[in-house]
Write a protein that binds this ligand. Sequence first.
Ligand code: KIV
Ligand code: ZN
Length: 490
Amino acid sequence: MVIRFPEGMESMDRPRITIFDTTLRDGEQSPGCSMNVQEKLHLAQQLDRIGVDVIEAGFPIASDGDFEAVRSIAAALRRPIIAGLARACKGDVDRAWQALQGAAHPRIHVFLATSDIHLKYKLRITREQCLEQAREAVRHAKSLCADVEFSPEDATRTDVPFLCQAVEAVIAAGATTVNIPDTVGYSMPEEYGQLIRTLHEKVAGIDKVTVSTHCHNDLGLAVANSLAGVQQGARQVECTINGIGERAGNASLEEIVMAMRVRPDRYAYETGVASEHLYASSQMLAEITRVPVQPNKAITGRNAFAHEAGIHQDGMLKNPLTYEIMTPQSVGVPDSRLVLGKHSGRHALALRCEQLGHQFERRELDEVYRRFVVLADRIKKVQDSHLLELIQDVQKGDVSRNNVSKSDAASSESKKFPPAAVTLPFPRTAFAAAGANAGANANESHPAQISGSTGPAQPTCPAPTNWFGGGVATPLADHHSDQEDYLWGV
Ligand code: KIV
Ligand code: ZN
């Protein structure tokens, strides 16, 4: 990896960001994402394996199942901190502490809303009562456990001077981490960053605690807000695998980790997460919850490293620096792949044909390509078998069929998730030979190749299949040969 640090900064100067994973608590609160104790334990072991620092294992007072999940994770994992959530009251704190008894590194996470909206309509208490309740709960938690986190829920809609007062009060009462939740995903990045900065400027004792971000994604800004918080002094980020969480979810762990990894020039921070296992973790969660990852999800979506457009495929064949900012291996995706669909060019088609054992002269390839475009337009799923049939027809000079039966078309259209088309494992070692323009860049390392970890990752789950994106259908009539070299990246 070519790490571009700000001038004068070395790797060891980079502040370490604590990754607090709340997939098992806030994540589990997303509709359809509930998990049983065994599933939670399984996922917690994966989170431990990838190097997450804190695992919020659940909300012990919420149910016997949650209690048992926190208890068994606390008993099983020795390295990470295990956190249990509690409302700011004695019963919750005691129950959390009971669940955390077996933990090597327990943390009690106490929360209480501080915004006037929540105080007035939900809690029906005054600001003074809120301060007293928060102080009391943190004091009690501290009497049980050295590591206490406090979250002023709905912090970003809280009157700022009152938020400063509340944060100061819980620090004085013994909190060691203060988390600033954007509970409803309302904040904008500069605003959230400014809030973290204000707390650092105005709150006595803040330099003795860790300031944390916890951002929801209602406006799609959870990751941006978290990173803005880090830039203004937050040193813990709360996040979830696949960004699951209440409503629109939380900041996605994989996006946070990779933003820092790919852009150390802007975010010169370090995490303990082994990014090569991100994809496997994402797949594991999707498999457990049966909630699929959206195809275009950054980092771990099945399309994150797929290239369908001819121009892109051509660039990729010449040098992946053209269209990839990180290697698939750096996040554990087995390889990037070229999807042969209706937007593909001759170059990619010719490569797949070669991989299937067929090389063509230009005129023959034109004919294969012409038929391929017709086929790709008619069915969603172009398999190797279709392509081989099509090749055979061209070789026999058979013009009678276009290689797709009605039943083929019907069956591929009826699939819930159309797996894609022909996928081309990308030959990364052959870039220099792949295109005339590879030239000087051919030996350059990929900007996000992680030094010392360039070997193939060992994902525990199979590679995702690609599928055709929506895209605009391109009728054959639109394929003018004089334009094709540009339009289709040949
Ligand atoms: O979003 C939120 O405010 C929370 C707190 C409990 C930390 O999840
Ligand atoms: Zn939350």
